[in-house]
Design a protein around this ligand. Structure first.
Ligand code: DAT
Ligand code: MG
Length: 149
C-alpha cells in the first residue's frame, strides 16, 4: 500500500475539470484519504517545485500553480505512485497516450492539468507540504474490505 500527492492544477480548475480528473483516479481504484481546496502562495510553490529551480520554465511554473485555487489530494492504493502517473500520462500532453488525463484533456506542457508525486521520497515530502497539519483520514480496513479485497 502506497500514498501519493495529486494536485489538480489551475488550468483544470478554471476549465471545470476537477471532478473529471478526481473521478479517473477513483475509478482506477485509488482511494482518496486527503482532500483540500487551497490557494498556493509563492513560498509553497517554490518549496513544492524546488527541484526545478534554475530551469528556464521555473518562474512560469511557480506563477501557474498560484494562478487560482487548486485541489490537493492524497491517494492511497497498491503502487499508488506509478498507478497515478500512468493515469496522468506523460508530462507533455502532446506525447501523453490517449486514455490518460493529459492525453485526453490537454495539449500544452505548461498547462498539463495535474501533478502526481514521482517516487516514495517525493510523495512523503509533498504530502508533508500540503497535509503537514493533518487532515488525512485513512479508511478502516473493515470498511474498504467490501470493495478492495
Ligand atoms: P511531471 O509533472 O510529469 O512530474 P516534471 O516534474 O518533470 O513533470 O516537471 C514539473 C512540471 O514542470 C511539469 O508538469 C510541467 C513543467 N515542465 C516540465 N518540463 C517543462 C518544459 N520543458 N517546458 C515547460 N514546462 C515544463
Ligand atoms: Mg514531477
Amino acid at each position: 500500500m502506497e500514498r501519493t500527492l495529486i494536485l489538480v492544477k489551475p488550468d483544470a480548475m478554471q476549465r471545470g475539470l476537477a471532478g473529471e480528473i478526481l473521478s479517473r483516479f477513483e475509478r482506477r481504484g485509488l482511494r482518496i484519504i486527503g482532500l483540500r481546496l487551497l490557494q498556493v502562495d509563492d513560498a509553497l510553490a517554490k518549496r513544492h517545485y524546488g527541484m526545478h529551480e534554475g530551469k528556464p520554465f521555473f518562474d512560469g511554473l511557480v506563477s501557474y500553480i498560484c494562478a487560482s485555487p487548486i485541489i490537493a489530494a492524497v491517494l492511497e492504493g497498491t503502487n499508488a505512485i506509478n498507478a497515478a502517473r500512468q493515469t496522468m500520462g506523460a508530462t507533455n500532453p502532446v506525447q501523453a497516450a490517449p486514455g490518460t488525463i493529459r492525453g485526453d484533456l490537454g495539449i500544452e506542457i505548461g498547462r498539463n492539468l495535474v501533478h502526481g508525486s514521482d517516487a516514495p521520497e517525493s510523495a512523503e515530502r509533498e504530502i508533508g507540504l500540503f497535509f503537514g497539519d493533518g487532515g488525512l483520514a485513512p479508511w478502516e480496513r473493515s470498511i474498504d474490505r467490501w470493495v478492495f479485497e
